[in-house]
Design a protein around this ligand. Sequence first.
Ligand code: NAG
Ligand code: NAG
Ligand code: NAG
Ligand code: NAG
Length: 382
Amino acid sequence: MSSTSGNFWKFLVIFGVYAVVILTFWQFFYSADFLSKFLQLSGPSEFSVPRKNVTIYVATTYYGDPIDAEMAFLTCPELKKFCRVTRNFSEASTSDALLFHSRNFFEAVKILPNLKKLRKPNVPWILWNIESPSHEQLPTEKNLFNWTMTYRRDADLWAPYGYMEKMDVPAKIDVNSIWSLKTKTATWLGSNCNTPNNRIQLIGKMIQKGLEADVWGACGAPPGACMGVQKRTEPCVRELIEPYKFYLALENSNCVDYVTEKFWKSLGDRMAVPIVLQREVVRQLGVPDPAYISVDDFQNLEEFVDFVEKVGSEKDFYLKFHEWRKDYRVIFDNGFSGWCRLCERLQDENLILENRKFYKNANENWQAAGVCNNSIGMKYLI
Ligand SMILES: *[C@@H]1O[C@H](CO)[C@@H](O)[C@H](O)[C@H]1NC(C)=O
Ligand SMILES: *[C@@H]1O[C@H](CO)[C@@H](O)[C@H](O)[C@H]1NC(C)=O
Ligand SMILES: *[C@@H]1O[C@H](CO)[C@@H](O)[C@H](O)[C@H]1NC(C)=O
Ligand SMILES: *[C@@H]1O[C@H](CO)[C@@H](O)[C@H](O)[C@H]1NC(C)=O
């Protein structure tokens, strides 16, 4: 063998080894699947700095329930490895963030002077809230909070009740099977009968105009096994609602971005077509128009009821409202994904600095004029 052909073979072997190494590297590190497994994250993430452990001090409960990591990182349990939650006041001074749940802010008022004394500029104070401005005034204390965590898109940490995700590969769903589940027309299950937007009056008038609807809960018939708000997330609700073609997903107030579990749950696993009051509010959250019916598409309730009855009586027409299931899936987490975003942000010092801000009065923007309009439905009542 001449030395040139020896070099040739050497070259070929080295080239081959390199090619294998590079291809393997490519396949492992650049496939989204590997990256997400590597980072142990649910869904796509752009996390790029080394992980570090952080601690979040919670100064309040969540509607009386103590907040722990189990609850907070419900939708991203793998982040529990990096983000601790503590309720121990002695750890407040060494924590990486402080968090208050708005409705329970009163619980922290006593320790507030002490917390203020140990405040550090790079330790953000976060205000968490899931209620609408019609039902929740945020604490008005001056210069207290750095970030808000709410369902509103203008929150510093966005925590929507739910959202839709376009799938990379369309799902093989036989929408015909949905039709066979559906034996009844419309329903509503609720506990809050007196709302500023006259929700129950609107539903009453729909029924009066001929809509076949069963009302369950405090304002209607006892919902059997699903009695009580605690039971509302149980499988009994799915069983109760699934036979209905439509779910009256009217919110307790009509405010920007306020689309709650009623909508996302009926859209998702309960497989009912949601009926809302305002198309624009839902559209803004990225839900495709043909997934739901909106009252404000109609001049009056007669037209609305005729339309709903027509959709419900024609199989092909009705199933058009389920076609989206082939391209999207519904993510529902009652806003807990906000915690996942918080955990990630706290691990990256640059993200904290980039998001440096504070609210002179957090409630000013929250309850600004025009955010809620609870008279949207009034024109249908006169
Ligand atoms: C985070 O804390 C855990 C123990 O809870 C420890 O095993 C791990 O090494 C820590 N990670 C970092 C990046 O410090
Ligand atoms: C609270 O934290 C302090 C300081 O880390 C610790 O000494 C104490 O045992 C903790 N208390 C509880 C109840 O965990
Ligand atoms: C938090 O707000 C305070 C003022 O209320 C400010 O001094 C501090 O720089 C802010 N920190 C961050 C991380 O935004
Ligand atoms: C609320 O909505 C009603 C009906 O669409 C409209 O007439 C009214 O001007 C709105 N009010 C405000 C304050 O925007």
